[in-house]
Design a protein around this ligand. Structure first.
Ligand code: MRU
Length: 350
């Protein structure tokens, strides 16, 4: 029951196949990317999203570029992929790791470079899956049987190579025989909670109840939330953590109500080059995502409707920063870091 079958990307027949997350939960449609440009567009357009998943996708994008996609040089492809989304450090991390493999092969036959980059992308993909299993094992020990866990956005199988980070912790706890009930924030405006977290937990038969973002205070105040587990897009050296917009609000509420607030992320999300949250670039997406809503009508057709006055000013910062002082622990594949994070993260970094 608990092994997630959901995987958002697959490398097959020399192409990257992406589960089109814009169409979930209404339709399960796969999209093939044959070039780095295709992959960069898919990342920008949210066909694939979630910090680890966009890193893996970018790695395959470079493997495609090396095989001779439409982008003339590898470094051009690397720059395009890196710029696709700025906040999740996993994207830049994966691009750097791929380019470090390519660098010593300058001048080698094209086929040699392409094979080496394909092998590295497959390794990044596989290692992320294994990291999620380890995060799950560390994190499951922190959850008590019979508890209700609040999560925000989608840090699940869909956001990674599979299994998930925050949702991996929940899956592992359930697999260990603990009864866990999940409250999923819908996550305005892009609705990753309503569309993706609700869908993938339902697929796995995990007890999930959808709430709107502005309801969590009500459930905290009634003592109906025992723990919060969320993912991360970038963890600064001091533990400050960028994650989906609205995460900071949840962290403030959790502290007010004495509820533990856990961040779960693979080591590729930890960025020692960023000293604190103030240095994390925050992606600002289009106003349309705030003033419009997309759903499916009675005939099964996807439709976008307007939900605000025409021409109204609207903003969509896609992430916020939760200060380290609001975080109870950071669950990584290398172990659990506790405050003060400055030193505990360095220790895990070895
Ligand atoms: O804009 P998104 O959907 O890519 O944002 C995703 C999140 O904020 C996730 O919580 C984060 O990337 C961690 S995914 C394991």
């Amino acid at each position: 029951v608990v092994k997630s079958e959901v995987e958002p990307l697959a490398w097959r027949d020399g192409a990257l196949h992406l589960l089109d997350q814009r169409r979930l939960p209404h339709e399960v449609v796969w999209l093939a990317c044959a070039s780095a440009g295709d992959v960069a567009a898919a990342i920008r357009d949210m066909v694939v999203r979630g910090a680890p998943a966009i890193g893996v996708a970018a790695a395959y994008g470079l493997a495609l570029a090396a095989r001779g996609g439409e982008l003339s040089t590898l470094s051009e492809a690397a720059a395009t992929l890196r710029a696709a989304r700025p906040t999740a450090v996993n994207l830049a991390w994966a691009v750097d790791r791929m380019m470090a493999v390519a660098a010593p092969l300058a001048g080698a036959p094209a086929r040699t470079v392409a094979d080496a980059l394909e092998r590295e992308a497959v390794a990044i993909h596989q290692e992320d899956l294994e990291a999620n299993r380890r995060i799950g094992a560390w994190g499951a020990a922190l959850l008590t049987g019979g508890s209700t866990v609040l999560t925000h956005c989608n840090a699940g199988a869909l956001a990674t190579s599979g299994f998930g980070t925050a949702l991996g912790v929940i899956r592992a706890a359930v697999a260990a025989g603990k009864s866990i009930r999940v409250l999923a924030d819908e996550t305005r405006p892009y609705l990753q909670g309503a569309r993706l977290t609700a869908w993938e937990l339902q697929q796995d038969g995990i007890d999930v109840t959808l709430i709107t973002d502005n309801m969590s205070g009500y459930f905290f105040s009634r003592g109906e939330i025992d723990a919060v587990v969320v993912g991360a897009d970038r963890i600064a050296a001091n533990g400050d953590t960028a994650n989906k917009i609205g995460t900071y609000t949840v962290a403030v509420l959790a502290q007010r109500h004495g509820v533990p607030f856990y961040v779960a992320a693979p080591w590729s999300t930890v960025d020692f080059a960023t000293p604190d949250g103030g240095a994390i670039p925050i992606e600002e997406r289009s106003r349309e995502e705030v003033v419009e809503a997309t759903g499916i009508d009675g005939e099964g057709v996807m439709r976008t409707i307007s939900i605000a006055p025409a021409g109204i000013a609207a903003r969509h910062p896609a992430f916020d920063v939760t200060p380290a002082e609001l975080i109870t622990a950071i669950i990584t594949d290398r172990g659990v870091a506790e405050p003060p994070f400055e030193s505990s993260l360095r220790r895990l970094g070895g």
